[in-house]
Design a protein around this ligand. Sequence first.
Ligand SMILES: Cc1cc2nc3c(=O)[nH]c(=O)nc-3n(C[C@H](O)[C@H](O)[C@H](O)COP(=O)(O)OP(=O)(O)OC[C@H]3O[C@@H](n4cnc5c(N)ncnc54)[C@H](O)[C@@H]3O)c2cc1C
Length: 323
Amino acid sequence: MKPFRHFDAESVDEALALLTEYGGKARVTAGGTDLLGVLKSEILPDYPEAVINLKTICGLDGIEADAGGVRIGALAKLAAIADAPIVKKYFPALALSAASVGSPELRNMGTIGGNLCQDTRCWYYRYPDKMGGRVPCYRKGQGPCHAIRGDNRYHAVLGGRKCYAVCLSDPAIVLTALEAGVKTVRPAGERTIPLADFYDTLGPVLDPDEIVTEIRIPAPAANTVQRFSKFRLRESIDFAVVSVAAVLEVAEGVCRDARIVLGAVAPVPYRAVAAEDVVRGGPLDERQAGLAAEAALKDAKPMSGNAYKIEIAKTLVKRALRL
Ligand SMILES: Cc1cc2nc3c(=O)[nH]c(=O)nc-3n(C[C@H](O)[C@H](O)[C@H](O)COP(=O)(O)OP(=O)(O)OC[C@H]3O[C@@H](n4cnc5c(N)ncnc54)[C@H](O)[C@@H]3O)c2cc1C
């Protein structure tokens, strides 16, 4: 690893001041489970001069209810989210998604802020510098996306355009379906970004000097059914090949409202609006689930090696809609 300055921030203001002082040449870290790998592999053209540890800031790891719903501090560990009674009670799909991340070690180190901001795992993008040189690509601002002509079995089937790396945060998929917001702070002040707008093709839309401080999840409507499922090649320590989150408001057997989000199929959490339109207002039966699954993937454009993802996604959507 190349040397860098390391700071233990004691407050968000101190972290912001350090980010400003280093003018784009500093990175914040929380659990370090993603960032340290990125730095060790030296995949990025620009190496940070300073790393600012947020874990030393007190009070950013709470999980608590308020009048509007639940607030989760950016430093809350994934393990704490998976186990929190309040999360299990009101947002069972979020608890499931947090529990599905990596391994116990990763969930005990990794934070929700770091999970939402983690870098992609595209194997061209993450190819380590020490194994023959980093691979320049569109995401690094230096060339084409190699998945287009290369081995793209884990890449996007929806909305790739110039970069086909996928968003692999499991909690992000569920939080999008729950219509959560990400509260941040930057020198210009605070803002709340809906999860639905938190990513673009190249990752989180944060400014280089912006810090996530909290996730806010609105209270669920009565009679809400929540689902999360994830297909992966290994049962543990593996990222999703495809994941699905569904939040369904059901009354007397009729689906009043639905939010269905697919993960690992697009550069951002993919809201399957066409599938939602199919199920909204009708019974949730096998036929509707099948129609919704077809609608969810109707815009998919597979590349040479990833058409299998479409069939897996349809199956997960069907299962998520089975009451
Ligand atoms: C083997 C392995 C398996 C994994 N499997 C899964 C999986 O199945 N599902 C899944 O969702 N994830 C998975 N992950 C990713 C894992 O969840 C992330 O590494 C972890 O959540 C990142 O959290 P962290 O606190 O360690 O972040 P860090 O590594 O500290 O930071 C990650 C990124 O977020 C930024 N960041 C951190 N905190 C903030 C903040 N508060 N504000 C702004 N930016 C911030 C950092 O600058 C960095 O760019 C896996 C990782 C590994 C290594």
